[in-house]
Ligand binder design. Structure first.
Ligand code: PSU
Ligand code: MN
Length: 305
């Protein structure tokens, strides 16, 4: 078995020469968006990262090997298979390797791979969190614990409003994870720039964010950071429509008795259907916005070295 992360040539060269690299996750490709939008979005992310000075490494498991940096063919392969590819969080990695399977890595799974590959900045759409009702279901995403134990900075648009945002923030605090809002005093919540919660920490420049990433590395804190980047106003969908679609999708998920890893992908798909694709469009726009910021941070930290 190969325990090393297989790097694409482009990613290996960039890492060896200290050029900026950012990680991207693959659950969003296989479970977060339909084909072919998923593949188009992933490829566009690579181009956006490049335009802002960084190489983007999509992380995934292919035939039992950890990968950082996929070719277009590999992205197309995963994107076409879509939900057939297992969603892989930290707990699922060993099984996928042992069985030689493919795996679409979540934020937690991707952080694990990125860290092993030496990548410190990661861009995605939304992170997992504490689910509503977690006080009895105990459904708390493994993303939050991974952030507490793996030194990777994750740039996202905040937790979805399907989650319990207050408890997600409390949990991250307990895990010692900084949550830094970019250019806002509020914590954004994915489709909306304001969840109603005050930001625990605010930064207004890329330099400041890069200095925080450097400080955590310099102190060898061995834990991660969440950088929350609000969806730009012009892309934010009608809040009322999204809220209604979300409430309906959550009820349907309950009726279908979905649980565990199936919940998030189901909700994303239903919300997109119920909003005639409006949520998907917003999802793509906020991912691009996060890739841009992550690339700028990675470029700045590379300069600081
Ligand atoms: N939130 C989104 N889109 C996503 C996810 C979360 O808005 O695609 C995915 C990410 O891969 C995240 C995972 O890591 O769902 C969290 O799943 P769970 O709650 O099962 O840990
Ligand atoms: Mn869960």
């Amino acid at each position: 078995m190969n325990y090393n992360v297989v790097l694409s040539q482009e990613v290996r060269q960039a890492l060896e020469s200290g050029r900026p690299v950012i990680a991207l996750e693959s659950t969003i490709i296989c479970h977060g968006m339909p084909y072919p939008d998923n593949v188009k979005t992933a490829l566009a992310c690579k181009r956006i990262a490049e335009r802002h000075g960084a190489v983007a490494a999509v992380c995934a498991i292919i035939k039992g090997e950890l990968h950082a940096g996929l070719t277009e063919e590999q992205i197309e392969y995963l994107g076409k298979k879509g939900p057939e590819v297992k969603k892989v969080s930290r707990r699922d990695i060993a099984a996928a390797l042992a069985r030689g399977e493919d795996g679409a890595t979540t934020v937690a799974g991707t952080m694990f791979i990125a860290h092993r590959a030496g990548i410190r900045v990661f861009a995605t759409g939304g992170i997992g969190g504490v689910h509503r009702g977690a006080e009895s279901s105990m459904d708390i995403s493994a993303d939050l614990n991974e952030l507490g134990r793996t030194p990777v900075a994750v740039v996202c648009a905040g937790p979805k409003s399907i989650l319990d945002i207050g408890r997600t923030l409390e949990y991250l605090e307990t895990q010692g994870v900084p949550v830094v809002s970019f250019r806002t005093d509020r914590v954004p919540a994915f489709y909306t720039p304001d969840s109603g919660y005050r930001a625990p920490c605010r930064a207004d420049t890329v330099e400041e964010l890069a200095a925080m990433v450097d400080a955590m590395a310099g102190l060898d804190m061995q834990s991660g950071m969440v950088i929350v980047n609000p969806i730009p106003e012009k892309y934010a969908p009608d809040g009322d429509k999204i809220e209604k679609a979300t409430a309906k999708a959550v009820k349907e998920a309950e009726r279908l008795r979905l649980e565990g890893r199936d919940i998030t992908p189901f909700l994303l798909k239903r919300i997109s259907e119920l909003t005639d694709g409006e949520s998907l469009e917003a999802n793509i726009a906020l991912v691009y916005n996060n890739v841009r910021l992550a690339a700028l941070i990675a470029a700045k930290t590379a300069e600081n070295k």
